[in-house]
Design a protein around this ligand. Structure first.
Ligand SMILES: [Zn+2]
Length: 246
């Protein structure tokens, strides 16, 4: 989800947000300074049509299983047991989100599709959230680490898509490149500016640049133990930075 999906652990200020993640302002600035260079994105022709939601959900699961085979059972469970709505009421729920409904012991994902290159990425993102929610249940996870799971699912989809559904790979790659430009461009600038003021009022967008950076590092890291620990909610941001040398 991008937007107002914070729950009980909403930190009111910059300092609270940093403390929640065990980060210093300098450490956060260092983490996002490792961002890869921004490159122009070539325009690519879109395929004639895009897969329906259930197929996109299955693609997200297949990509994650290929990347994290030791989580294949949990990924299959997530694929089968998450209640997904691919056509939510656009007036009430225009943005995607995934939540665990504790009283129903159910994970629910709302994925408004637009029949475009953003759809596979949106669905993979919410699948990443859903997998983590199935695994951590009621244990809270700080927002950067939640979004890192979701971005890792996006990056893994990009990596695996040529072998799974090659017709869509170029258009999805171009769209994901634009998402990285947003995270490492405008959103990073906003974050770096806010880091100067410990009392700055919290914005959810701050989570995206560090989460994208960690997800890129995890996707390229040869050892998948850290990624599995992340989905299980059993790794701190500090430990992740140490492993990824970020
Ligand atoms: Zn998200």
């Amino acid at each position: 989800m991008r937007g107002a999906d914070l729950t009980r652990d909403t930190p009111p200020t910059m300092q609270d947000w940093l403390d929640l993640h065990g980060l210093t302002a300098q450490g956060c600035a260092d983490l996002v300074s490792h961002a890869p260079p921004i490159v122009e994105v070539a325009t690519v022709a879109a395929p004639a049509s895009w897969p329906e939601g259930a197929r996109l959900w299955a693609l997200a699961a297949a990509a994650l299983s290929a990347h994290l085979p030791d989580l294949a059972e949990d990924i299959a469970h997530t694929a089968a047991r998450t209640v997904v709505n691919f056509a939510p009421d656009p007036a009430r729920h225009p943005r995607p989100f995934t939540v665990r409904l504790a009283e129903k012991r159910m994970v629910y994902a709302s994925c408004p599709l637009s029949q475009g290159a953003g759809d596979p990425i949106l669905v993979a993102h919410e699948f990443g959230h859903a997998l983590q929610l199935h695994l951590v249940a009621d244990r809270g996870v700080p927002p950067i680490l939640r979004e890192t799971c979701a971005f890792l699912a996006e990056e893994v989809l990009l990596r695996e898509l040529p072998g799974l559904a090659g017709d869509y790979a170029d258009a999805v790659a171009a769209r994901l490149a634009r998402a990285r430009i947003r995270d490492f461009g405008r959103l990073r600038e906003t974050l770096v500016e806010a880091l100067r003021d410990p009392a700055a009022r919290y914005k959810y967008d701050w989570n995206y640049p560090p989460a994208r950076r960690l997800a890129l590092g995890l996707c390229r890291h040869p050892d998948t133990d850290a990624a599995m620990a992340l989905f299980h909610g059993r790794i701190t941001l500090g430990k992740l930075r140490e492993i990824l040398r970020l």
